[in-house]
Write a protein that binds this ligand. Structure first.
Ligand SMILES: [Zn+2]
Ligand SMILES: [Zn+2]
Length: 338
């Protein structure tokens, strides 16, 4: 096969659809059972109408509905049989329910549906690539509705949501000043590849949203950083003082080291990183073709930098071959250097 010139059947032959591994993201926590959806359970026989709204063309109503957030849309859908019929016929909503209802279940489960518009979610589903690295992104980070790949959410600081107390401390603002920010409520379950249980629901804030609020309060990023640095120095000095006292006194208790008062990234692979992450396909808006991404056979045993976990769609796979070379006997052969 000539280098980089592949067709769809080559692509399918050189890749495989799934690996036998669970990541324990939000969608792998029994959402179908804990958050059942009623779509398809009701009779579509319709003897009601929407009053004066019926004067508008259906297409226009559909456009207006797509500007609603998911909780408001669900409330409208519950009005009567006609409103349910209209919502269920929206192309975006109908496709999401058919192809990836887990995304809706995830948003409702973490009580975040009021923060995401139908159109926003549809737009994200229509994109294929991770917004950080450009790989195929097989996941959505629900707190900003951002397309992301495993390797980025596993380690990126922006995918580590914060407890309110941590956010307040790390960004030098009062808890009260964060009170009106959108917050998710984690659901009890098993998270991360380490399969750790987290059974107490926790309120978490998106880190970037907190950062922007803190900058607005402090006046600038520099002034925010200098404030938290000053605070860290003070806390550290107090700790050192207590430590000296503890060492010199016979009965003094060793003081506790203060937790970081500066913005810090959470540990890689921490369960919290998985609580707002949901598996999501790419949906081509024109053809409604749905792609979940495929794994490269040439990288099946390439463990460095999580290469074997990377997923591709046709275009990103062609790019991958361009970078690493064609696959010969199950491994990439780098193209000859000229
Ligand atoms: Zn990425
Ligand atoms: Zn590969």
């Amino acid at each position: 096969m000539a280098h980089m010139q592949i067709n769809n059947s080559d692509y399918e032959a050189l890749t495989y659809p799934r690996i036998n591994l669970q990541y324990f993201t939000l969608d792998e926590n029994g959402l179908a059972k804990s958050c059942p959806l009623d779509n398809g359970r009701h009779s579509q026989a319709c003897r009601t109408n929407l009053g004066s709204l019926e004067l508008l063309p259906l297409e226009l109503i559909s456009q207006v509905l797509s500007q609603l957030d998911l909780v408001t849309l669900a409330a409208f859908r519950r009005l009567n049989a006609r409103s349910m019929q209209i919502v269920d016929s929206m192309p975006s909503y109908r496709t999401i329910i058919r192809e990836c209802p887990g995304v809706l279940r995830g948003l409702y489960s973490i009580q975040y549906g009021s923060q995401v518009l139908v159109e926003q979610l549809w737009h994200t589903l229509g994109t294929a690539n991770c917004q950080d690295c450009g790989d195929f992104g097989g996941y959505i980070y629900l707190l900003t509705c951002r397309r992301v790949c495993f390797r980025c959410f596993w380690s990126g600081s922006q995918y580590y949501p914060l407890r309110v107390s941590e956010a307040s401390k790390q960004y030098g603002v009062s808890k009260r000043s964060l009170g009106d920010l959108p917050a998710m409520r984690s659901i009890p379950g098993q998270y991360s590849m380490a399969e750790k249980y987290r059974l107490t629901p926790t309120t978490l804030l998106d880190r970037e949203t907190v950062r922007l609020r803190a900058i607005a309060i402090h006046g600038s990023e520099d002034s925010m950083l200098s404030h938290v640095k000053q605070k860290t120095t003070t806390l550290d000095a107090t700790y050192q003082g207590k430590l000296i006292l503890a060492r010199s006194g016979p009965t003094a208790v060793r003081p506790r080291r203060p937790s970081p008062a500066e913005p810090t990234n959470g540990p890689n692979g921490d369960p919290r990183r998985y609580m707002a992450i949901i598996k999501a396909p790419h949906i081509d808006h024109k053809t409604l073709y749905v792609e979940w991404g495929r794994y490269c056979k040439g990288c099946e045993r390439s463990y460095r930098n999580h290469m074997w976990r990377r997923r591709y769609v046709f275009d990103t796979f062609v790019e991958h071959l361009r970078e690493l070379g064609d696959i010969v006997d199950g491994v990439h052969k780098a193209p000859p250097t000229v």
